[in-house]
Design a protein around this ligand. Sequence first.
Ligand SMILES: *[C@@H]1O[C@H](CO)[C@@H](O)[C@H](O)[C@H]1NC(C)=O
Length: 254
Amino acid sequence: MRRLLLLGVTALCLCVFVAADTQHDRQGDKSLPEKDGVLQLKKGNFNRALRKHKQLLVHFYTPLSGDGHRVSAAFEGAAAELQESEVKLAVVDVAKEKDLAKDLNATGPPTIRLYLAGDKHNPVPCPVPQSSASILTWLKRRAGSAADLITELSQIEASEELTVVGFFKEQDHEYVQVFYSAAIELPDVHFALTQNSEVISKYGLTHDVVLLLKKSKLIQAYKMMPQTSKEELIVFITVYQMDPVTEYTGKVEY
Ligand SMILES: *[C@@H]1O[C@H](CO)[C@@H](O)[C@H](O)[C@H]1NC(C)=O
């Protein structure tokens, strides 16, 4: 009997210990609930998450919205890849968290925003991703530099994909910055920088030109000018990206 009682008391103690432990865990969870490594944010914990994570990538989603489904899938895929990264991922259900979405001016697109250094007011909008790779490439390009794009010409020419290739006289020129900022905005497009002048001389071009190449075929060329903006370059690229059958006619868009 006594032994049974002792056993009972021990079991009770154990239970209390376990309960205390889960209680502790639950409190930790309660401050910032997570699912598969993704923070589930709402009005009550958004600011805390912002303070805690220097880079917070937030997907403002509406369940059951048509286009949103692909973006959600892309975000989930990226979240799986970014488990060990410095970027913390989070979601906000906009249908439930109407007040929060309104406070953050997150009622419309873009639905994915990167909050940096706890700044609630100036998130960096992530371009609408086609896939999880878009998000990963965007983060990588955003955090990197133009030098990351330097590639061998032979590699570019072997690629099946349409590649935007920049040839610049000076690698630290403003043109390179414009080129790189376009690359950040178009994470689904291959970008490369090369200093190999073969193509340039082959087509009788001069430097500071952006070429669209596909399987070593020149699709179009765009001459960079001092006034060329990132936006203009993006328009040039996206027009030809949508119409990939167009081939180079020998005319350079000066
Ligand atoms: C949302 O927009 C309003 C008006 O433009 C602005 O006052 C407010 O600071 C914005 N909120 C955030 C979080 O940026």
